[in-house]
Design a protein around this ligand. Structure first.
Ligand SMILES: Cc1cc2nc3c(=O)[nH]c(=O)nc-3n(C[C@H](O)[C@H](O)[C@H](O)COP(=O)(O)OP(=O)(O)OC[C@H]3O[C@@H](n4cnc5c(N)ncnc54)[C@H](O)[C@@H]3O)c2cc1C
Ligand SMILES: NC(=O)c1ccc[n+]([C@@H]2O[C@H](COP(=O)([O-])OP(=O)(O)OC[C@H]3O[C@@H](n4cnc5c(N)ncnc54)[C@H](O)[C@@H]3O)[C@@H](O)[C@H]2O)c1
Length: 457
């Protein structure tokens, strides 16, 4: 039996929650190790949020340059070099990785690079470049994330589809990008590649984009994307795939539609990283969807083992994984923070952005909550006019029998930032009248909240 190295805290997977916990505990004087396959800083900075938002910014510049004449400037012969876009993305990622690495070094935890798997309760064998190391922890925290799901569509796996990982590293412009899935990744990357110069077709099995949002949101998202020439095919069921991504690929639907492209990006949801890593040897049980079963304190079914982030079924956002860190850190300090009742906002980084916090109408209805609504088209917000960014709307839900804000949705320029203002009002349990009557600087997008909440009847 290999020598077993003991730690106070052993973190399995260095995602947002895991790396933050490791730094925090190492700084507090604990002996801490993190087992990480190779992404220094986790998915967000290497292959997900940061590279995608960097690519999206390049796409915004390309789009704005093409619209330059509208603003009085002529920019002829606009062309995009995807290799330069890729280099910019890679350099932003490299800076973030270096920044994370220096934070890790300063905190003093041990980063063990290699593929890990449980070999017994609270004990992980890691295949490092220098042989296998076996580590155990008094307390173990699992933060392994998810990978792109490849749905069971005939011919799909054989077509070698790309995922977000490869899409964010392409150096040659796809002639025609087919995107399987019209969710967050499909919408964000679909619009970005269209703006960078590719033809794009999004192939979505559902009857509308973003089905968790209200129907008015789904149809506005459709208008925005179609308005820029993204071809969107809904209700695509019984699909089959032939050909190879990177050469020539085609997708057919059961009702006879047929899409031809040069590349196929699969963006059809996520799969937890729970297979083949010995969770059964550790006593860690899974739920019916294959995610790690946790309680509201993020405790797994194994003694002194917690799970955090996407692998634990937490909503798939970096800020939600960070809040999982807060929950486990609070327990280490004798606190009682839990996952119950937390408000997790989100923002889809299409342009204009879509952001939501709290309930939308369909959720309020399905929970039997009575509400009042207010709606405001972005077109009437003065700042949106000065920016020529007039698409979209704001919508708020207010309780029927009190002035409590129940939720806010916005498709519009700076939606993520405006949403945060509403979120602070909700966190402070302030009435909607604070946003109706507060003095906001003119002309900001946020001042639209005066008009929006003025529309609450
Ligand atoms: C394209 C894309 C864009 C996104 N954009 C946003 C966004 O704009 N905003 C937002 O909030 N969220 C976004 N997300 C979601 C966000 O990236 C995740 O929710 C976030 O990174 C939290 O992940 P995590 O902490 O669960 O784990 P991760 O960050 O995925 O960390 C898990 C770590 O475990 C390691 N690992 C896995 N298995 C093993 C093993 N057996 N041995 C050793 N190490 C292992 C992995 O290498 C990885 O580093 C995006 C996701 C994608 C895919
Ligand atoms: N801005 C952000 O915060 C951001 C950005 C990207 C990703 N994310 C996170 O990552 C998660 C995963 O993103 P995603 O886009 O992969 O998943 P998603 O769940 O958002 O969307 C997947 C879409 O694929 C469709 N689909 C599934 N199987 C299909 C099939 N066989 N054919 C056609 N369509 C099919 C689904 O109906 C759905 O609309 C998101 O849910 C989100 O939590 C967040």
């Amino acid at each position: 039996m290999a020598r077993v190295e003991s730690f106070d805290i052993l973190v399995f997977g260095g995602g947002k929650a895991g790396k933050t916990l490791a730094m925090d505990q190492a700084k507090a004087g604990k002996r801490v190790a993190v087992v990480e396959a190779g992404l220094i800083g986790g998915s967000c900075i290497n292959i997900a949020c940061i590279p995608s938002k960097t690519l999206i910014r390049s796409a915004e510049v390309a789009h704005a340059t093409r619209r330059a004449a509208e603003f009085g400037t002529h920019a002829d012969n606009v062309r995009t070099s995807l290799d330069l876009v890729r280099n910019r993305t890679a350099s932003v990622v490299a800076e973030m990785v270096a920044f994370n690495q220096s934070g890790f070094d300063a905190s003093g935890f041990e980063l063990v690079i290699g593929w890990g798997r449980f070999v017994s309760p609270k004990t992980i064998a890691v295949e490092t470049g220098n042989g296998v190391r076996t580590l155990t922890g008094d307390k173990v925290y699992i933060n392994l994330g998810t990978t792109a799901a490849v749905p069971d569509v005939p011919g799909l796996a054989n077509a070698d589809p790309i995922t977000h990982v490869e899409a964010l590293q392409l150096g040659d412009m796809p002639r025609h990008l087919l995107v399987l899935g019209g969710g967050y990744i499909g919408m964000e990357l679909g619009q970005a590649f269209r703006r960078l110069g590719a033809d794009v077709t999004i192939i979505e099995s559902g009857e509308r984009l973003a089905p968790r949002e209200d129907e008015d949101v789904s149809s506005a998202l459709l208008d925005v994307l179609q308005g820029e020439g993204v071809n969107i095919a809904l209700n695509c069921n019984g699909t089959t795939v032939t050909g190879k991504s990177g050469q020539s690929v085609s997708v057919k639907t059961a009702d006879g539609r047929h899409f031809e492209g040069s590349h196929l990006l699969v963006a059809a949801g996520r799969r937890p990283r729970t297979e083949g890593i010995g969770l059964e040897l550790a006593g860690v049980e899974l739920d019916t969807r294959g995610f790690i079963k946790v309680d509201e304190h993020l405790r797994t079914t194994a003694q002194d083992v917690w799970a955090m982030g996407e692998v634990a079924g937490t909503p798939m956002f970096t800020h939600a994984s960070l809040d999982d860190y807060r929950i486990v850190a609070s327990q280490l300090k004798g606190g009682s923070r839990t996952t119950q009742g937390r408000i997790i906002p989100y923002c889809v980084f299409i342009d204009p952005e879509f952001a939501r916090v709290g309930l939308n109408e369909s959720e309020a209805r399905s929970r039997g909550i009575e509400y009042r609504t207010a709606r405001l088209p972005m077109d009437v917000v003065p700042r949106a006019r000065t920016l020529s960014q007039r698409k979209g709307f704001m919508k708020a839900l207010v309780a029927k029998d009190s002035d409590k804000i129940l939720g806010f949705s916005m498709l519009g320029v700076n939606a993520g930032e405006v949403m945060s203002v509403v979120q602070m009002t909700m966190l402070g349990e302030l009435p909607f009248t604070v946003l109706r009557d507060g003095i906001f600087a003119h002309p900001t997008i946020t001042e639209g909240l005066n008009m929006l909440f003025g529309n609450v009847k």
